[in-house]
Design a protein around this ligand. Structure first.
Ligand SMILES: *Cc1c(COP(=O)(O)O)cnc(C)c1O
Length: 381
């Protein structure tokens, strides 16, 4: 089984060299746009590519306003800030996620509440979220959702579209409506993924994309804050660019701002990468189809897009029958130069989040013991 899988992967990538989990592809205008940027001297926070990249993402996702940021974590941090999350507040998120989701709220003094994932697409489980709120939360006289035991305000729900597979957004939106909570989508992994025909990151009030080197497209480092509402979008641009009030020469800043603006150099890469996005997504779907065919009829379950979604298949994943087969697959493939990785350790196991509130994590623990990510770089673009 493991050797046959390694043979399949070597065949897909047609190489005997080391095969990484996800490598970037630069097959288009990347060098040309970078050279243009350097020649223009506008390499930093002013320049035409930033706006162009924002407009390309707006057109592609259908979002009201997209604001480019230095990375995905910064986009999440700014989204939480705009959602009114402050020190001492609680934010509901999933225990199975990349640490960036939780770092963003930790650094504003907010605290995570870790709830379970649903076992199909590994997004935040709506049933677990509703049940936790019924047991532990109440709406105060002003309509603010509060944690009954501590009185802390619960401000937001932050699902993550794991490996690019969309979480159950309609159900989560209904819960947010009922409890006056802001839905912030961690869509860092899901550029090119659609929930019931709508691009991920555009259903909640805010969404965050990442263009880190291992994501679907890369800007070296970078992110994008998606705002449904134009007014939110204008505020997002303002606070992420030092909250400077426009003036021909005076420096006046009307609130504490962030310097989270994406440099023009990175945006130039982003514009070139957007031109290749459709080809890369098509290539990734072909890889996913080959993995899917390979695992048919075995005890291993290849992770497929849920029936309500169209996924980017950012990171292919397989559920092994048990932890022993998971470990054997990781051991054999990595020893043979084919990079595979287990899923992230659950957030409550990390020292800084060990004391966080949490619900039952049955599905998260089950997935943690079985998930393995497989090489997923596009093979053509
Ligand atoms: C990549 C990623 C982020 C953001 O990462 P940056 O490196 O800051 O761009 C956030 N959340 C998840 C789930 C991610 O995978």
């Amino acid at each position: 089984m493991n050797q046959q899988l390694i043979d399949l992967i070597r065949d897909m990538y047609a190489t005997d060299d080391f095969i990484p989990l996800h490598a970037p592809t630069f097959a288009g205008n990347e060098k040309a746009y970078l050279t243009q940027t350097i020649d223009s001297t506008f390499v930093s926070s002013v320049g035409k590519f930033v706006e162009e990249f924002e407009q390309k993402i707006q057109a592609y996702t259908g979002i009201g306003r997209a604001v480019a940021t230095v990375n995905g974590t910064a986009a999440l941090h700014a989204a939480l800030h705009l959602a009114g999350v402050r020190a001492g507040d609680l934010v509901i998120t999933q225990a199975l996620t990349f640490v960036a989701t939780c770092n963003a709220l930790y650094h504003m003094g907010a605290k995570p509440v870790f709830l379970d994932i649903e076992p199909n697409a590994f997004g935040l489980c709506p049933e677990a979220t509703a049940a936790w709120l019924v047991d532990h939360a109440e709406l105060d006289d002003s309509g603010q959702c509060r944690h009954k035991a501590s009185g802390a305000a619960i401000k937001a729900v932050m699902p993550m579209h794991t490996f690019g597979h969309p979480a159950k957004l309609d159900e989560l939106l209904a819960i947010c409506e009922q409890w006056n909570l802001c839905l912030i989508e961690d869509a860092a992994e899901s550029l090119g993924s659609y929930y019931k025909g709508q691009h991920t990151g555009t259903l909640g009030r805010y969404g965050a994309l990442s263009f880190n080197g291992n994501k679907v497209i890369t800007t070296g480092g970078g992110g994008m804050l998606l705002c449904r509402d134009q007014e939110d979008g204008a505020r997002a641009k303002h606070v992420t660019t030092t909250a400077k009030v426009p003036h021909p020469y005076e420096f006046y800043h009307d609130e504490p701002g962030f310097n989270y603006r994406m440099p023009n150099l990175n945006a130039a890469l982003g514009c070139a990468q957007m031109e290749l996005l459709e080809e890369m997504l098509a290539s990734k779907r072909k890889l996913a189809a080959r993995y899917d065919a390979f695992f048919q009829g075995s005890e291993f379950r290849f992770v497929k897009e849920p029936d309500y979604a169209h996924s980017n298949y950012w990171l292919n994943a397989v559920l092994c029958p048990d932890i022993e087969s998971r470990n054997a697959l990781l051991e054999t493939s990595n020893a043979k130069g084919v990079m595979t990785r287990p899923v992230w350790q659950l957030m409550h196991r990390l020292p800084m989040f060990a004391n966080a509130l949490r619900g039952a994590l049955t599905h998260s623990e089950w997935a943690e013991a079985r998930l393995v990510n497989l090489p997923s770089s596009p093979t053509e673009a």
